[in-house]
Design a protein around this ligand. Structure first.
Ligand SMILES: NC(=O)c1ccc[n+]([C@@H]2O[C@H](COP(=O)([O-])OP(=O)(O)OC[C@H]3O[C@@H](n4cnc5c(N)ncnc54)[C@H](O)[C@@H]3O)[C@@H](O)[C@H]2O)c1
Length: 716
């Protein structure tokens, strides 16, 4: 049963204790990682950009106050997300970076102040190139001998996806650069976007054909570009504006604006609103002017980018982790609109958590028709929750209310205000369900937070008995980081689920056996080849690593990192399974053993106990294991390597591997990969763009290795 709500507003960062900061830092890092994955890899964000920016600002404020919490893995050090396996990977010759954000004018003044101090300027005049910030996706186009040879997305900044065939279908991208004396190697970078008109027309066509409806032009541009079949990309109207460059064998110009004109001479389109500004007043006036024009533009923009015009100064200023020091994005405030809330529906997620979704009278906000709005949780609807402090503290949301919704280049907008004057007499209070809307009508409880307190989210207690959770769990089971079954995406899974062909993970593995009856090849969209490929993909997963297997079980609070920690801690499935059964029975010794494992605490243990305490779950696991050939033991960290017991910090961008890979290799060899440099650090491995950590290493006399030296040291 739902307990009484607790009113909680986040503690001011300045008042956080070290312990509180650590917990919140970890929680926010996990939350941001999830959002990054959904946004960059799946083109399907679940919160608005404004909400995301607010989370990130708080996260950054915590790291600023507690710099010891910054690790190489922190979202503040990362760009975008690693490319998915769908496309060939392309390593960028020069990393593709993100941009620092300014929200208020003071942030812009601070940015300029930092530049003046860094360059030690006194009377020198700084010129800026001010450019609309196009809300699309960045692209790097590599030309050799003037010919287009590769096109890659940003990915995680170091590696992107090879989308050359798709990019070749864009009219705005020349196959061959125009003009004489074009440098031998030119990497032209810019933004791929879809106009608002094209986006609305595409959605109409998608709707008529019963296909995916895109949430906004950015998503539809990303989705249209990242198609396996280039003819689909060709049928979608995508534009490209050039504004930047990567590797250049020679620089044809000395300024940013000069380069923009050069791009035009090469045959590219550049944004016509770009302006050379000579002072901060100029920049701010330009920002206001573009903000006013924003609604009339045919493409989405979410701010203005200011860049130092002189390229030699850009080079001197360099980078700080994921952003250049010489540029900043001055964002626009979120767009708002007023509409009526008609209904509230409850969506049930994989772990049974409830998300109330507000059904709105459709309204246009910044070129997008909005019909749904996330209402987060019960407290939020009552106006008392964490998110409730946004303008409407104390004001609840009722069915029939006129609400102000906000969207900032985002997908799921949020309610920022309730117009009490417009509240109709018959506006109805919303009673949060005490039973799950699934056919089983299971009880609902309030979720616990990572620190064990009562959270604001409600959750169905049905676990795998609840059909809503079952399908969500199956989606996780086949996802890329779990069993990763090629050809078995959400759509196919839903199809099989609705026909009761797949109701639990083991059913996936018995599909080939049952096909004589099911005849998948007769389903529309399938054929003999695709069914053969699907079965081959299923068979190839009958051998799986222990950490993936544990993650795929979908236990609450057991994400990838925890799954890895458990796998490493127990080594084999038998040992882990045995421990889980004992934990479920309350065996104190086994609980203490699990508790002693690195990164495992009370919350995970409770969740393991709850999961294996259910006979239904034990049956699911048992039937699944029977279908597999091998659950591969987890590799225990090696202790006889040259780096066993050493502490290493990776900084800058690495050329031959991602930071994640580097860290994982170090850990496998028994080293500890730390996030910050101290006297205790044994090695700092520094790649291009290394900043403060390199300076720290020098200060403490810690040996600094190049990536190659590191690889030599570990014998790879
Ligand atoms: N809603 C979510 O769940 C979610 C998740 C992750 C990120 N986001 C959004 O994405 C933003 C962060 O994304 P990001 O790291 O790509 O940074 P960013 O979008 O704030 O800025 C960097 C990007 O701006 C683009 N850009 C457009 N015009 C440009 C120009 N003229 N010059 C240079 N760059 C230009 C480039 O693609 C570049 O990669 C956040 O502020 C957030 O709003 C949202």
């Amino acid at each position: 049963m739902a307990k009484t709500a607790k009113t909680k507003t986040p503690t001011d960062v300045a008042k956080l204790t070290t312990a509180q900061a650590k917990v919140e830092h970890m929680r926010l890092a996990l939350e941001l990682e999830g959002h990054d994955r959904r946004y960059y890899q799946e083109d399907a964000p679940s919160i608005s950009d404004a909400e995301y920016d607010a989370l990130r600002q708080r996260f950054n404020a915590i790291e600023k106050r507690f710099p010891e919490l910054v690790t190489a893995e922190s979202p503040s050090q990362k760009i975008g997300a690693a490319p998915l396996g769908r496309f060939r990977k392309v390593r960028h010759a020069v990393p593709m970076l993100s941009l620092d954000n300014a929200f208020a004018e003071q942030d812009v003044l601070d940015f300029i102040g930092r530049i003046e101090r860094f360059l030690k300027l006194s009377d020198d005049k700084i010129d800026f190139s001010a450019e609309p910030k196009i809300d699309g996706l960045s692209m790097s186009l590599r030309y050799e001998g003037g010919e287009l040879i590769t096109a890659a997305t940003r990915g995680d900044g170091a590696e992107g996806e090879d989308v050359t065939a798709n990019i070749r279908t864009l009219e705005d991208v020349p196959q061959k650069l125009k003009g004489r004396n074009v440098p031998d190697v030119c990497e032209v970078r810019g933004e791929v976007y879809m106009t608002k008109k094209a986006f609305l027309a595409l959605n109409e066509r998608q709707k008529a054909a019963g296909d995916t409806i895109f949430a906004n032009p950015r998503n539809s541009a990303a989705g249209s570009l990242r198609q396996k079949d280039p003819s689909i990309t060709a049928s979608r109207p995508l534009g490209f504006f050039a504004y930047s460059w990567g590797q250049m064998s020679a620089m044809p110009e000395k300024t940013q604006t000069g380069m923009i004109h050069w791009f035009e001479r090469c045959g590219f389109k550049t944004n016509p609103l770009t302006k050379l500004c000579h002072s901060v007043e100029h920049l701010i006036a330009f920002h206001h002017q573009i903000e006013e024009q924003r609604g009339e533009l045919d493409y989405d923009i979410d701010g203005v980018v200011y860049k130092i015009d002189r390229i030699d100064w850009q080079e001197r200023l360099g980078f700080v982790s994921r952003t250049p020091r010489w540029a900043i994005a001055h964002k626009f405030p979120a767009e708002r609109a007023m509409t009526v809330l008609r209904d509230i529906e409850i969506q049930v997620g994989r772990t049974g958590s409830f998300t109330p979704v507000g059904k709105l009278e459709p309204v246009g906000v910044g070129g997008v028709i909005v019909q749904n709005v996330t209402l987060h949780n019960e407290d939020y609807i009552k106006g008392i929750g964490n998110k409730g402090e946004v303008l409407r503290e104390g004001r609840d949301i009722r069915l029939g209310d006129t609400v102000v919704i906000q969207r900032a280049g985002d997908v799921i907008p949020q309610v920022v205000d309730v117009v009490i004057d417009k509240r109709p007499k018959d506006a109805k209070e919303f009673h949060f369900p005490k039973k799950c809307p699934c056919p089983l009508h299971t009880d609902v409880v309030r979720e616990e937070t990572a620190t064990g307190e009562e959270g604001s989210r409600a959750r169905c207690t049905g676990e795998f008995a609840c059909p809503f959770q079952k399908i969500e769990h199956l989606k996780l089971f086949v996802s890329r980081r779990a069993f990763d079954i090629d050809g078995l995406g959400e759509k196919q899974l839903q199809y099989f689920f609705d026909r009761e062909w797949v109701r639990e993970p083991a059913d996936i593995f018995t599909l080939p056996k049952r096909n004589a009856k099911l005849k998948l090849e007769e389903i529309e969209g399938y054929g003999e080849t695709s069914v053969r490929n699907l079965f081959a993909a299923i068979d190839s997963r009958r051998r799986i690593s222990l950490e993936r297997f544990i993650y795929a079980l979908g236990m609450r609070h057991v994400g990838e990192t925890t799954a890895l920690a458990l796998a490493r801690g127990y080594g084999s499935w038998d040992a882990f399974h045995d421990a889980c059964l004992k934990v479920a029975k309350g065996d104190e010794e086994t609980i203490a053993e699990m508790d002693a494992l690195d990164q495992i605490g009370d919350t995970v243990i409770k969740s393991v106990a709850a999961y294996f305490g259910e006979s239904h779950n034990r049956g699911i696991v048992e039937r699944l294991v029977k279908e597999l050939n091998e659950i591969i033991d987890a590799e225990k960290p090696k202790s006889n390597s040259a780096v066993a017991g050493k502490t290493v910090v990776f900084t800058g961008s690495l050329e031959k591997m991602t930071r994640d890979e580097a860290k994982a290799t170090a850990e496998r060899l028994g080293a500890k990969a730390a996030g910050s440099v101290s006297k205790k650090t044994d090695y700092v491995v520094a790649g291009p763009g290394a900043g403060s950590k390199l300076a720290e290493a020098k200060k403490h006399g810690v040996p600094v290795l190049t990536e190659d030296e590191w690889l030599k040291l570990i014998g790879e």
